[in-house]
Ligand binder design. Structure first.
Ligand SMILES: C[S@@+](CC[C@H](N)C(=O)[O-])C[C@H]1O[C@@H](n2cnc3c(N)ncnc32)[C@H](O)[C@@H]1O
Length: 272
């Protein structure tokens, strides 16, 4: 796949997240996960430099800002609209040690700057050159620095996401960009293999359970306010037809119009 195609994928991702920015924080699983990630972080120094990649609406950056008020935190994302939400949320909470920058993680503009900690929540599987990204980013860590990243586990959103993707493809010929279908770092083996590309002292992979009951209508709203929105927007005039078919199908599988929502994840800590 050439650069032009990579750029097309990124433009699609940017436009998806620009569109969902205002409702993104209704998805509380991202806030729960950010809190769980930041709970794991232990750093002594006061003058820390921290980089939060694909910061989105700043969920991880904000938790870091609260825990490390003397750190200098940089949040970056390709979606201006996600960053606008992050900026107002940060201001509302009286946090003043985070700056947000529109940048592509595959083309970062921090010069020779080195970081004590780099975080990335649910971002890596979006990057067309994820191997190169990983090596470049680890090279931006100080000695003894850490790279912490979260990814969804194989059973996350199942079986509802699988049914969604199957119905979209079978009935409407819509499918995710091929590059984004595989290598989601959704198993411990895959994370270990991915991490082996960079020399490191230790890798800790923690499985985190994020599960709660959810009304089917809430799940539908969630599909419309996350990365899946990029697929739904391709339905154009068939959107309502698909909504009806999909919701009816889920209702046929449920007793009380609710599902067991599951955003189980891995939080991986790489010590370089
Ligand atoms: C699922 S959201 C995660 C946001 C946040 N880290 C969280 O945990 O809530 C993924 C984010 O990755 C961003 N993103 C995707 N590709 C990117 C790239 N190449 N460079 C920078 N950001 C990117 C999207 O714009 C989106 O905000």
């Amino acid at each position: 796949m050439g650069n032009e195609e990579h750029q097309k994928i990124k433009d699609g991702i940017k436009s998806t997240f620009d569109n969902v920015a205002k409702s993104y924080d209704e998805n509380i699983q991202f806030i729960i996960s950010a809190q769980k990630m930041v709970e794991l972080i232990e750093l002594d120094s006061d003058e820390l430099h921290i980089l939060d990649l694909s910061t989105g609406t700043g969920n991880i950056a904000v938790e870091l800002g609260k825990k490390f008020p003397n750190a200098k935190i940089f949040g970056i994302d390709i979606s201006d609209e996600m960053l606008n939400i992050a900026r107002s949320k940060t201001k509302e909470q009286g946090i003043d040690n985070i700056t947000y920058h529109v940048q592509d993680v595959e083309n970062l503009a921090f010069g020779d700057m080195k970081f004590d900690l780099i975080t990335c929540g649910y971002g890596i599987f979006f990057y067309p050159n994820m191997d190169r990204f990983f090596c470049d980013v680890c090279a931006m860590l100080k000695e003894d620095g850490k790279f912490i990243f979260s990814t969804f586990s194989e059973d996350a959103f199942q079986p509802y996401s699988k049914i969604f993707l199957e119905m979209l493809e079978e009935n409407y010929g819509i499918k995710p960009p091929q590059r984004l279908e595989n290598r989601k770092l959704s198993t411990e083996d895959e994370i270990q293999e991915f991490s082996s590309q960079v020399t490191h002292k230790k890798l800790e992979v923690r499985e985190v359970e994020i599960k709660f009951p959810m009304q089917i209508q809430e799940w539908w709203k969630l599909l419309n306010s996350t990365g899946y929105q990029g697929l739904l927007s391709q339905l154009e005039s068939n959107y309502e037809k698909f909504e009806k078919e999909y919701i009816e199908h889920l209702k046929s599988l449920s007793k009380d119009d609710s599902i067991e929502f599951n955003a189980n994840s891995f939080i991986s800590v790489l010590h370089v």
